[in-house]
Design a protein around this ligand. Structure first.
Ligand SMILES: O=C(O)C1=C[C@@H](OP(=O)(O)O)[C@@H](O)[C@H](O)C1
Ligand SMILES: C=C(OP(=O)(O)O)C(=O)O
Length: 424
């Protein structure tokens, strides 16, 4: 049975809107895990509520953490987190969340008993082998190289060599729990370059803010000293990657979109939108009011290496399909292991609307041609669904299949989109 179709609204006038975004998935899921491993009760404020964030909260509870919500809304919550001893005998559903499948198994390796992991059908295809081998090298038992698998503690830590070219999360996952292993952990990456380095910087910064000693002076080597993780009272930044489709509306319609609360300094890769959207023809202004992007209605194609900011690709590819010149997007071969094979999915869906997109060994070439309406499939991928919405702003008759899949990180997407367009 196929999922329902969502008629993507077409913009009939330049969009002028202020769009307030809920908390970052990446910060929320790191903060919840660090709070669960901390030396006392802490608070995670303005945390995201979404499928991925809820799966992380459920995983923490299953492993013995107490989580109490307050100030709850449709997509945000303040969590009071009271850590307990990491408990075995749990079954963890990772859904399709990279952060849950890569961040939680190292924590499970602290437990006495067994912890079983499984997730969505496609989750079984996402790269897990290197982190599971690393856990074995650190002293845990793991019975498989991909989902489903069972972790039997207890790991003591030590030194590991890992090929993390498939995902930065393979490094972040080990780093987050590392201080709690008796010997700490030294990780050495060997292989093609690690993608999404800003996400590893996010991990390192959050560890340091919790009093953990991390040495990342040598390229591709990380050393975490054993020691306590301090409890914190932390406020989660808005999700800048989820700003991408909304800011794109300014470029497409020749309008202005403001995202309040845009941090002046951040490790979120979404901050790169400032440069990328600027290169595609927008005027970008960051100030105390937030980030304001103003478009002309004309979009310039770009030649961009998105290796560090791969999660922005579906939106940038959607803009590229509406541009006035061709685009080449490079450095993103690892997107084949994301929620779906994003390179194949983008090519299929853009071309399904009459477009001209082509896969390369490490990315995409998108040549703009007039598009027509049709079904834009989302492959259970939140960012494919929002890419379809972006194209639909300019192309009448686009219907996005399974818009509800945006609930992975932004459950209110369809409502916020209509509100931005003055159609709610
Ligand atoms: O650590 C994180 O929070 C993330 C790291 C990145 O993963 P990859 O390195 O697998 O691209 C990113 O794409 C994902 O959306 C979130
Ligand atoms: C790659 C992504 O997610 P995940 O955290 O599941 O890897 C993403 O959100 O673009």
């Amino acid at each position: 049975m196929s999922a329902p179709l969502w008629p993507a609204p077409t913009a009939s006038a330049p969009v002028t809107a202020t769009v307030r975004l809920p908390g970052s998935k990446s910060v929320t899921n790191r903060a919840l895990l660090l709070a669960a491993l901390a030396d006392g009760p802490g608070t995670v404020r303005q945390a995201l509520r979404s499928r991925d964030a809820d799966l992380m909260a459920a995983a923490m509870r299953a492993l013995g953490t107490e989580l109490t919500p307050s100030n709850e809304s449709a997509s945000g919550v303040d969590w009071q987190v009271t850590p307990g001893p990491v408990r075995g005998g749990a079954r963890i559903d990772v859904g399709l969340a990279g952060t849950v499948m890569r961040f939680v198994p190292p924590m499970a390796a602290l437990a006495e008993g067994e912890v079983h992991f499984d997730g969505d059908a496609h989750a079984r295809k996402r790269p897990m082998g290197p982190i599971l081998s690393a856990l074995r090298a650190l002293g845990a038992e793991v019975d498989n190289d991909s989902l489903p698998f069972t972790v039997r503690g207890r790991a003591v830590g030590g030194e590991v060599t890992i090929d993390a070219s498939a995902s930065s999360q393979l490094i972040s996952g080990l780093l987050l729990t590392a201080a709690r292993f008796e010997k700490g952990v030294t990780i050495r990456h060997e292989g093609p370059p690690v993608p999404s380095m800003p996400h590893i910087e996010m991990t390192v910064q959050m560890l340091r803010a919790a009093g953990v000693t991390v040495d990342d002076d040598t390229r591709d080597v990380w050393r975490v000293e054993p020691g306590p993780i301090s409890a914190r009272d932390l406020v989660v930044e808005p999700d800048l990657s989820n700003a991408a489709p909304f800011l794109s509306a300014a470029l497409i319609t020749g309008g202005t979109v403001t995202v309040p609360g845009w941090p002046a300094l951040t490790t979120q890769p979404g901050d790169e939108l400032r440069g990328l959207l600027g290169a595609m023809g927008a005027t970008v202004d960051l100030g105390p009011h937030g980030l304001t992007v103003t478009g002309t209605g004309q979009i310039a194609g770009i030649d961009a290496d998105l290796h560090e900011v791969g999660e922005l690709t579906p939106t940038i590819a959607a803009l590229a399909a509406l541009a006035s010149s061709p685009s080449t997007l490079r450095g993103i071969a690892h997107l084949r292991g994301h929620e779906t094979d994003r390179l194949a999915a983008l090519v299929t869906e853009i071309n399904g609307l009459g477009g001209n997109a082509e896969e390369t060994a490490d990315g995409l070439i998108v040549r703009p041609v007039p598009l027509h309406g049709g079904t834009f499939h989302s492959y259970a991928d939140h960012r494919m669904a929002t890419a379809g919405a972006v194209i639909g702003l300019a192309v009448p008759g686009v219907e996005v299949e399974d818009i509800a899949t945006t609930g992975k990180t932004l459950p209110e997407f369809a409502h916020m989109w209509a509100e931005m367009l003055g159609q709610s």
